[in-house]
Design a protein around this ligand. Sequence first.
Ligand SMILES: Nc1ncnc2c1ncn2[C@@H]1O[C@H](COP(=O)(O)OP(=O)(O)O)[C@@H](O)[C@H]1O
Ligand SMILES: [Mg+2]
Length: 141
Amino acid sequence: MEYQSYSVKDTKQIASSFAAQLCSGDVICLYGDLGAGKTAFVQGLADGLNISDYITSPTFTIVNEHKGDITLYHFDVYRIDDEDEMYEIGFDEYINGDGICVIEWCGKIAGLLPEKRYEISIFKDYEQSDDYRLIKIEKRG
Ligand SMILES: Nc1ncnc2c1ncn2[C@@H]1O[C@H](COP(=O)(O)OP(=O)(O)O)[C@@H](O)[C@H]1O
Ligand SMILES: [Mg+2]
């Protein structure tokens, strides 16, 4: 599925609607450059899961936990240089657990992703406008 976003609000709305179909154990992989809107998308997901925490990128902590209808584990693996570092933080247990995992920069840990996952790519297009984003959502596995 493809969605067009013209503002942060649109991106959050698209994410929040997408959240309605999510189940315990789902893994969501986010792709897109710095400033694409990955964290904005997670903020919308959190709204859709009735999470009241303010969501920021867990760049230094790698993972943040947010309680809602289903617990959301928000990863930002930008700083991961070696997939082994993910084992150290217990990544396996998170992705095989009951929460929903959403991962920013997951191209960095491509070898660790489960077959069954959602892949979400966010693209800018300056020919449209500074705030335009194309959001592609694909279900794998
Ligand atoms: N349509 C849009 N969707 C999401 N973010 C947008 C959009 N238009 C402009 N922005 C801006 O782009 C930036 C996205 O930041 P962020 O969500 O932190 O990106 P990322 O996590 O991908 O690095 C914010 O400054 C936001 O205001
Ligand atoms: Mg981010």
